[in-house]
Design a protein around this ligand. Structure first.
Ligand SMILES: Cc1ncc(C[n+]2csc(CCOP(=O)(O)OP(=O)(O)O)c2C)c(N)n1
Ligand SMILES: [Mg+2]
Length: 334
């Protein structure tokens, strides 16, 4: 079986996915799930310090959205979007080095999560201060438009983060300037311990788009076809000069906010309900029904993903921490 490691780039305008594309998406979703399971294990072993976040439940959203991008498009991901990093071409070794805070990581060992930029892959972010990344993404969209790159900028924000003023200022500017921007609001039911019912009076997060005169769409974020199709259409619109789109992707944060959070405040039945819509199980069922996937192939993908992860973990564990002096390099202007 040939499972290609490289990210897939879309060249067709048809939002229907081919069998080969479905399998690539499946591979990236599995890789995302297993990567984050490894992160949790490494955290429990004391090999990762600080926060350890997962996007368990968000794999279809992260992978399906980034899959709608092309190589020259820009990605500004949030902390639940590991799958988007992978689709955009980030290597497992770089991501593992980053999480283990090694000196040869993309942030030189200064960070233990996804706070890095990789201009070669056009990945910028994430920025931890909720909302602050959106104006950066809009700025990139404006720069790209002025340079006539024909690129799209995709960025993400959580349900909680979408209440921050920067998000609204971004939409006000991006809509009137018709910037090629896609904002995905990841509605995963909670912002830390605050449920969505305590966050907004509007029925849907996507309703906010109406106030800015741009399309706002709500989708089932566990449905890979819905995510991909909606994002592809938004990307096509952005590329055609028709401006931004807000996509509310409805999912569930299946783990605590971070590995330290047992999420006791989340009703057990809610988790049980959402387990039935596990994005990995859903895509497996879909691809088996389409006769694209078999149990044998599922096992082969599992083996391949674990093998690739073992390599990345070993590589990162064998790498050294940065020297102490590194902490002040680049902090102060010369
Ligand atoms: C401006 C700001 N306020 C508070 C925080 C602390 N904080 C980090 S993540 C988080 C919850 C975010 O919830 P949501 O936006 O729904 O994203 P989720 O974690 O659920 O994916 C909070 C309060 C922050 N990073 N930035
Ligand atoms: Mg949330």
């Amino acid at each position: 079986m040939a499972i290609k490691k490289s990210a897939t780039r879309m060249t067709t305008k048809d939002p229907a996915l081919t069998s080969e594309q479905f399998l690539k998406i499946y591979y990236f979703m599995k890789l995302t799930r297993e990567f984050e399971e490894s992160i949790l294990k490494l955290y429990r072993q004391g090999k990762i310090v600080g926060g350890a976040y997962t996007g368990n439940g968000n794999e279809a959203t992260a992978v399906g959205s980034a899959f709608a991008l092309e190589q020259h498009d820009y990605l500004f991901p949030m902390h639940r979007d590991m799958g988007a990093h992978l689709v955009k071409g980030q290597t497992l070794r770089h991501l593992m080095l980053q999480h283990l805070g090694r000196g040869n990581s993309l942030s030189w060992g200064r960070d233990g999560t996804g706070h890095y930029a990789d201009p070669d892959l056009k990945i910028y972010g994430n920025i931890s201060h909720l909302g602050a990344m959106a104006p950066m993404a809009a700025g990139a969209a404006l720069a790209s438009k002025l340079r006539k790159e024909n690129s799209v900028v995709m960025t993400y924000i959580g349900d909680g983060g979408s209440n921050v003023g920067d998000i609204h200022e971004t939409l006000a500017m991006a809509s009137v300037m018709k910037l090629p921007l896609i904002l995905i609001i990841e509605n995963n039911q909670f912002a830390y311990s605050t449920p969505v019912q305590k966050q907004k009076a509007a029925q849907r997060y996507s309703d906010r788009a109406i106030g800015y005169g741009i399309p706002g769409i709500t989708i089932d974020g566990t449905d890979i076809e819905a995510v991909y199709k909606t994002c592809k259409e938004a990307a096509d619109r952005a590329r055609a000069g028709e401006g931004p789109t807000v996509i509310e992707s409805v999912t569930m944060r299946m783990h605590g906010h971070s590995a330290h959070d047992g999420a006791e405040y989340v009703p057990k039945n809610l988790i049980e309900e959402w387990k039935k819509k596990d994005p990995i199980v859903r895509i497996e069922q879909l691809l088996i029904a389409k006769k694209i996937l078999t149990q044998k192939l599922i096992d082969e993908y599992q083996g391949k993903v674990i093998e690739e992860l073992d390599d990345a973990i070993q590589f990162a564990v064998d790498s050294t921490y940065p020297p102490a002096e590194q902490a002040v390099v680049g902090v102060f202007a010369e």
